[in-house]
Design a protein around this ligand. Structure first.
Ligand SMILES: Cc1ncc(COP(=O)(O)O)c(C=O)c1O
Length: 425
């Protein structure tokens, strides 16, 4: 994603800082890469929790990418963006371990395929009079995450039905008058191709062995987890081996079933990570001094914080940072900690998962310069919050021909107070 400093400066003037900037061309490039990977008869879904903006959902709809939704409102947002309801085909899948709020109601009213992650959800569906098809999210006993809290398979994972309990779960589904039409697993596949390869081969073998338990099966989902290299965006996972890997998994599953099965993948971050940046302004640069408690540091204080982009504070995630000098001049390099405005010491973008400051070697910014936090499209705006009552930053959409659109405005105090009531109970 190429960024024109003049464009960033003029946008900062127009919408204020911080703001999110989406590049439609980069998003469409990633969609076309996934289409290449799934060209051998696989179906792609977008794990919309990573970036649920209507614009992004509409791009997926136009490209024929289906949706993995994880809440009642996510299903409704996907419908709002034009995705179809119903089971035939199940364009929207509802994946969850717990029905919350309106989720069960939306599944029932819109005929959406539920992908159940806990056996108790079958009891709830039955009690609600549901007689349709279901999918089961399986915990296959292994998995990987870039940090432990993102590990989505194995004994430490809360997700899915443990593979050893599947026979019992299958019976429970049949006894409730429902059919299992899909088996699903999302194991979080690790940052290296070999690890992804080994995990997916193992998963396909495990699913192939489970097929006899599920005579009504129509589809298998191998989940998301295609890594995005945040440290070196130019060095991404090789596409052709990835296409061949998924094609092999599909062949294995179809030949074990003795009939064609729909094989799905549902990436989130790979679709959207590179298509958006968070642009923030440096308020000032200040320093602490080394003493007996530790080393001093230079802090670039910016107006974005973890209420905007929480990944560094939450997982120690790395985002590339670029300095855009306000006057277009040069800046001398130096080691700098980039920190935000929140009343929290951990409101730092340059840190690791051990909660340590990780000063970054950057052109030393001056007050007024812009800083661009790269690869912020996945779990960026989607995870932003109203902590400290700041209100969410606006989102801007950029088309390849230079047309720009404000797709969400900066939240105001009225937005923050909107749900407050004074109702006697
Ligand atoms: C069920 C499910 N599908 C898909 C994804 C998308 O993963 P990623 O964004 O890493 O591709 C996740 C992420 O945790 C998930 O839990």
């Amino acid at each position: 994603m190429h960024l024109d400093p003049a464009l960033l400066q003029s946008l900062a003037e127009k919408v204020g800082t911080p703001f999110w900037l989406y590049d439609a061309a980069t998003l469409r490039q990633r969609i076309s890469e996934i289409q290449l990977i799934t060209s051998d008869g696989l179906q792609a879904r977008f794990a919309m929790k990573s970036c649920p903006a209507t614009k992004v959902l509409s791009e997926m709809h136009q490209a024929g990418v289906w949706i993995d939704a994880v809440s009642g409102n996510e299903m409704l947002r996907a419908l709002h963006a034009g995705h179809a309801s119903g089971h035939n085909p199940p364009v929207i899948l509802y994946t969850s371990d717990v029905f919350r709020d309106n989720a069960l109601e939306v599944v029932l009213q819109q005929g959406i395929l539920p992908n159940i992650g806990s056996p108790g959800m079958i009891t709830q569906l039955e009690a609600a009079g549901y007689k349709g098809d279901v999918s089961i999210r399986v915990n296959p006993g292994f998995g990987h995450g870039h940090v432990n809290s993102c590990d989505t398979g194995g004994p430490s994972s809360k997700h899915g039905v443990w593979f050893g309990d599947l026979a019992e779960t299958a019976k429970k589904i049949t006894d409730a008058g429902m059919r299992t039409v899909m088996l699903h697993s999302h194991i979080g596949s690790g940052p290296r191709f070999q690890e992804l390869h080994d995990n997916l081969e193992r998963l396909a073998d495990e699913f192939a062995a489970l097929l006899p338990l599920f005579p009504d099966l129509q589809a298998v989902s191998l989940g998301g987890g295609i890594p995005h290299n945040y440290r070196d965006p130019a060095d991404q996972i090789p596409l052709e081996p990835l296409r061949a890997l998924f094609a092999r998994c599909r062949e294995k599953l179809c030949s074990a079933a003795g009939r064609p099965l729909r094989v799905e993948i549902e990436p989130g971050r790979y679709f959207v990570a590179s298509s958006c940046v968070l642009v923030t302004r440096v308020a000032e640069v200040k320093a602490t001094q080394t003493n007996e408690k530790g080393q001093g540091a230079t802090f670039a204080m910016v107006d974005a914080g973890f209420v905007d982009l929480v990944r560094p504070a939450m997982y120690g995630s790395y985002h590339g940072i670029e300095v855009v000098p306000q006057d277009g001049g040069a800046r001398e390099s130096g080691w700098v900690v980039v920190a935000g405005p929140l009343c929290e010491s951990g409101d730092v973008f340059t840190r690791d998962d051990a909660e340590l400051l990780n000063p970054r070697h950057l052109p030393m910014p001056l007050s007024g310069d812009l800083l661009v936090l790269r690869d912020a499209g996945a779990y960026g705006y989607a995870m932003s919050s109203n902590y400290n009552s700041i209100g969410k930053a606006p989102q801007v959409w950029l088309e390849p021909d230079g047309r720009m659109e404000l797709i969400s405005r900066r939240e105001t105090l009225e937005d923050l107070l909107k749900a407050e009531v004074s109702e006697v109970l």
